[in-house]
Design a protein. Structure first.
Length: 437
């Protein structure tokens, strides 16, 4: 099919799992893409570290490969730069060069956007260029564009999400089988869900980067990964999962971004990533395997749920292709995508001021007055107890306490005071609780 219009020329930076799928989709869907855009897409160069590496049956001319990414970005015959390399540098240099020169950029680089998205947005403004990054959060799920465009007439108050497939697989496996963290991680690694070094996933770094991007869009405020409170899920035990089940809950690694007043009443933003118990009736509780889901709450629209595959070469490449189509259409029409909306400049609320609930499991001496002493510590820090469960054997007992909502700083101080009591043998676990348990 010929459109009669000159091709929109693409430069691809990176040709690994995602980049290879982008190349395949550009080839396999070439005719449909031309019809949707109104002009053909032409891949004019691919920057890689090892151009001679075997890439199977990838439908691409070997002569397109180069090791000179910056030189490729600077070429006059490039209209759109697609970056799927990741990392901060040299990706930041490549993309700021492209944007500053007025070239559209499509990127999946969550780490760069979360650490220094401001530099990219500023470069896009200077160059009057498009910056698209749908693939940076939740893979193929259309999420960022609805936040950036569809909900711009509304006021988003809270975003709660499962945005890391590896940790969701591990926790879902622990919930289904009763396995411990180590066993579930081993299974995830064997199935290819977890990297050889899973630190970025299980310690929450990946989810924190995505949380920063979501909060920035939802609350019109520049939020970086450094603003996100982060707690990994390596400490979640089979006993925690069993206790959650007794409460009618499951445990998920959640990213939570909220807009609301701080301790002085000033409007502010709280962003956190941590494992939490949620009731099985919550829409996120049924999200299993390596799937992602994000639950958005807005004043007018109410509750919205976005669900799908959040990782993998083909789902992520699908999101990249969607951005390429949008960028190409804009270039043909001589228009731009909506620019960054960061007018609100809301301050970041520290984790200590976030109102949360705790599930605390204590091993205590089983003697008279223990419960009253423990309850006195909660009262001292103005933390109200919602439920208490006690089980005992011989001279030992276990107390499982769930609190009402309180500032996280009060709850943390309560836990520290409990540690100092001679009647408390150990604090077996501390988990936050979300939702209406």
């Amino acid at each position: 099919m010929s459109s009669g219009k000159p091709a929109v020329r693409l430069a691809l930076l990176g040709c690994g799992t995602v980049g290879s799928e982008v190349v395949r989709l550009l080839h396999d869907q070439a005719e449909d893409l031309t019809a949707r855009i109104g002009a053909p897409l032409e891949l004019v160069g691919i920057a890689v570290r090892r151009p001679g590496r075997r890439r199977g049956d990838l439908p691409v001319d070997p002569g397109l490969f180069t090791t000179d990414a910056l030189g490729l970005v600077k070429r006059d015959d490039v209209d759109v730069v697609i970056e799927v390399v990741g990392g901060i540098e040299p990706s930041r240099t490549w993309l700021t060069e492209a944007l500053g020169a007025g070239k559209s950029v499509v990127t999946a680089n969550k780490a760069l956007l979360a650490e220094d998205g401001a530099t990219l947005h500023d470069a896009a403004t200077r160059g009057d260029a498009d910056l698209y990054y749908e693939a940076s959060v939740a893979g193929a799920i259309p999420l960022l564009r609805p936040l950036r465009e569809s909900l711009h007439g509304d006021r988003v108050t809270r975003v709660t999400g499962i945005v890391n497939g590896t940790t969701n697989f591990i926790l879902s496996s622990m919930d289904a089988t009763g396995a411990g963290f180590g066993e579930a991680l081993e299974e995830a690694t064997d199935l290819g869900y977890a990297e050889a070094d899973p630190t970025a996933d299980v310690e929450g770094f990946d989810a924190a980067a995505k949380a920063a991007i979501l909060a920035s869009l939802a609350f019109h405020t520049r939020v970086t990964a450094a603003d996100v409170f982060r707690e990994g899920m390596t400490g979640v035990t089979a006993a925690d999962v069993a206790s959650a089940k007794e409460m009618g809950c499951t445990i998920k690694l959640l990213c939570i971004a909220e807009r609301g007043p701080d301790s002085t009443g000033q409007e502010s933003v709280s962003v956190r990533v941590h494992p939490a118990m949620i009731p099985r009736s919550h829409p996120l509780a049924s999200v299993g395997d390596a799937f992602n889901a994000v639950f958005v709450e807005a004043e007018a629209a109410g509750q919205l749920m976005f669900y799908g595959r959040g990782a993998g070469g083909t789902p992520t490449a699908s999101a990249v292709l969607g951005d390429i189509v949008a960028a190409a259409r804009n270039r043909l029409a001589g228009t731009r995508a909506p620019s960054e909306s960061a007018y609100a400049h809301l301050p970041i609320r520290p984790i200590g001021e976030a109102v949360t609930r705790y599930h605390i499991s204590l091993d205590v001496a089983d003697r008279q007055g223990v419960l009253a002493t423990v309850a006195g510590v909660f009262a001292k820090h103005e933390v109200s107890i919602a439920t208490v469960r006690q089980s005992g054997r011989d001279e030992d007992a276990t107390l499982v306490i769930v609190t009402h909502g309180a500032p996280d700083a009060n709850l943390a101080a309560t836990v520290e005071d409990l540690r100092s009591l001679d009647i408390v043998r150990s604090i077996a676990s501390v988990l936050r609780v979300e939702g209406g348990v």
